[in-house]
Design a protein around this ligand. Structure first.
Ligand SMILES: Nc1ncnc2c1ncn2[C@@H]1O[C@H](COP(=O)(O)OP(=O)(O)OP(=O)(O)O)[C@@H](O)[C@H]1O
Ligand SMILES: [Mg+2]
Length: 264
């Protein structure tokens, strides 16, 4: 499926992603963890072609993703839907229209200009909202919803594209614990029920351990861990987050406390 080989991204002399090699050979739920600046977002952005790689290869089902351009590149971008920390909805637009935006790539300019959507798409959008438990908000403006609800609208918009994979960049970083759980549960369910690959950058270890089949740890652009939650011991966590700094980062230190208890 997804194959990354010797992938690099340079910003000037700074190596944001450094010789990254990994393979996801079935639709797993992959979590990427690491300190701020480790290269997590840059990696997802290269997969989605929002950022060009400096060197290396990236293939999906045998296709050279880095070589795509024009319409093929746009089609790929809708095959790997992105979800962001800040939801990226159109705040004043109603929820259904936000979800229908997920079909934007497939529609003619004229249809887009006049906001015309096929009836079948509208029904499908409402079905997806229902699946995510927020159909009763369909007619509300996106900005009137809570953060957790808005992120579920963003997930619905992603599903509207019927993506081959979902790339989530810190999807719960702006949410309170209860909404964070609702959103992660929704992603997990989509993964299990639809068999969709999900790659999520997560800023807490606990979340990655709870929801992901596989966890990749990045440090200074490099992959320093690739394994299951069980394999992610305190020593490994220290390696990913750094022995010193890890205890000063609030989100991480809570996780460290949990891990310490577990491995005590
Ligand atoms: N557009 C850019 N221009 C220059 N440098 C960049 C750019 N984007 C990212 N970087 C640098 O690349 C490195 C990796 O950044 P990236 O955003 O991928 O990290 P991250 O792991 O997602 O961090 P965070 O947890 O804070 O989101 C950092 O050193 C960052 O400063
Ligand atoms: Mg990031």
């Amino acid at each position: 499926m997804l194959k990354v080989d010797g992938l690099n991204k340079l910003f000037g002399r700074n190596k944001a992603v450094d010789d990254l090699t990994l393979e996801v050979d079935r639709p797993q739920f992959v979590g990427i963890i690491g300190r701020s600046g480790a290269g997590k977002s840059t990696f997802l952005r290269m997969v989605n072609r929002l950022t060009d790689a400096s060197s290396g290869t990236l293939t999906f089902e045998g296709r050279d993703i880095l070589a795509l351009s024009g319409g093929e590149k746009r089609a790929w971008q809708s095959d790997c839907a992105m979800i962001f920390q800040q939801f990226n909805l159109v705040p004043r637009m109603d929820v259904v229209s936000n979800v229908l935006h997920g079909t934007l790539n497939e529609r003619s300019t004229l249809a887009t200009m006049f906001n015309i959507y096929p009836q079948a798409d509208i029904y499908r959008a409402i079905d997806i909202l229902e699946r995510l438990g927020i159909a009763e908000n369909a007619a509300k403006r996106a900005e009137a919803l809570s953060g957790g609800q808005q992120q579920r609208v963003a997930i619905a918009r992603a599903l509207m594209q019927d993506p081959k994979m979902i790339l989530a960049d810190e999807p719960i970083a702006s949410l309170d614990p209860m909404n964070a759980q609702i959103v992660m549960d929704a992603l997990r369910r989509i993964h299990e029920e639809d068999g969709r690959m999900i790659i999520a950058n997560l800023h807490t270890l606990d979340t990655a351990r709870r929801y992901c089949d596989r966890i990749i740890g990045m440090r200074d652009g490099r992959k320093v861990f690739d394994g299951t939650a069980e394999q992610l011991t305190l020593g490994v966590a220290r390696d990913i987050y750094g022995a010193d700094a890890s205890f000063t980062e609030e989100a991480t230190s809570t996780d460290m406390a949990t891990l310490k208890k577990e491995y005590a």
